[in-house]
Write a protein that binds this ligand. Structure first.
Ligand SMILES: [Zn+2]
Length: 243
């Protein structure tokens, strides 16, 4: 539960984190003061329980950090390919075969090879400390659980699992602050939408339903009708675990 009662405590030093091979070393120097995001990474990785920390360290080759500087307006960045592709599980659908309706098995689609990237937005440089910590912990929780954007119906349960893990690590209070902020932002966006003309809203649709904060995408998630973790329910606008 993200009830804020469990508090994290420091379990390891920067040296031990670097030793684990998980520090986002984009340069030669290890400098946690490089950005607020790096400081939050130090804070979170320093407090994750030993088993989970080891698990994350063991899996460092399965994903990439992406922490662009806030002065970079655009860039081309290489990422190591971390998966040869994934196959959806086989499932059954109802179909008409030889004139009869019956259940048939269909094999899952396979994705192309891809890279898993843990992206931390430069906007976090201007966010409150608890927000930065919550976001870093949340994304690391997704990495720990090996979550991917594979099936839309996995999204809500994966969000709930990630927030549960954030709370278990002792960052429940930060998660609550994060959820409160997301709620405020959602309310603000709702007000802005209400005051916009239909024309403007139609123009906005050209951006597609996958834009974070898009009301239709939020509704898609809600219509899945899976009971999410309260913190995830309060923060339903995440896309590809991006928030
Ligand atoms: Zn997420």
């Amino acid at each position: 539960m993200a009830d804020g009662k469990t508090r994290s405590r420091k379990l390891r030093t920067l040296g031990e984190i670097v030793e684990g091979g998980i520090w986002p070393d984009q340069g030669i120097m290890v400098d946690p003061c490089e950005s607020r995001r790096h400081l939050a990474i130090l804070h979170v990785l320093g407090r994750i329980p030993e088993d989970d920390f080891q698990h994350l360290c063991d899996g460092v080759d399965d994903w990439n950090w992406f922490i662009p500087q806030d002065i970079a307006l655009g860039m081309v960045a290489p990422f190591i390919v971390t998966s040869d592709g994934e196959t959806e599980p086989e499932r059954e659908i109802e179909a008409t075969v030889d004139g009869n309706r019956r259940l048939v098995k269909i094999s899952g689609r396979r994705t192309a090879p891809f890279s898993t990237v843990l992206y931390l937005s430069p906007l976090l440089e201007r966010a409150g400390w608890s927000i930065v910590v919550a976001v870093v912990a949340h994304e690391l929780a997704h990495v720990l659980h090996g979550h991917g954007p594979f099936l839309i119906e996995d999204y809500v349960p994966q969000e709930a699992e990630a927030w549960d893990t954030v709370a278990r690590w002792g960052f429940g209070r930060e998660a609550q602050n994060h959820a409160r902020r997301a709620r405020r932002r959602e309310a603000r966006q709702r007000d802005e939408r209400d005051s916009r003309s239909t024309d403007e809203i139609d123009r906005g649709r050209a951006h597609g339903p996958m834009l974070a904060g898009c009301p239709r995408f939020v509704n898609v998630l809600r219509e899945l009708a899976i009971d999410p973790h309260p913190a995830a329910r309060d923060n339903p606008v995440t896309m590809l675990h991006g928030y």
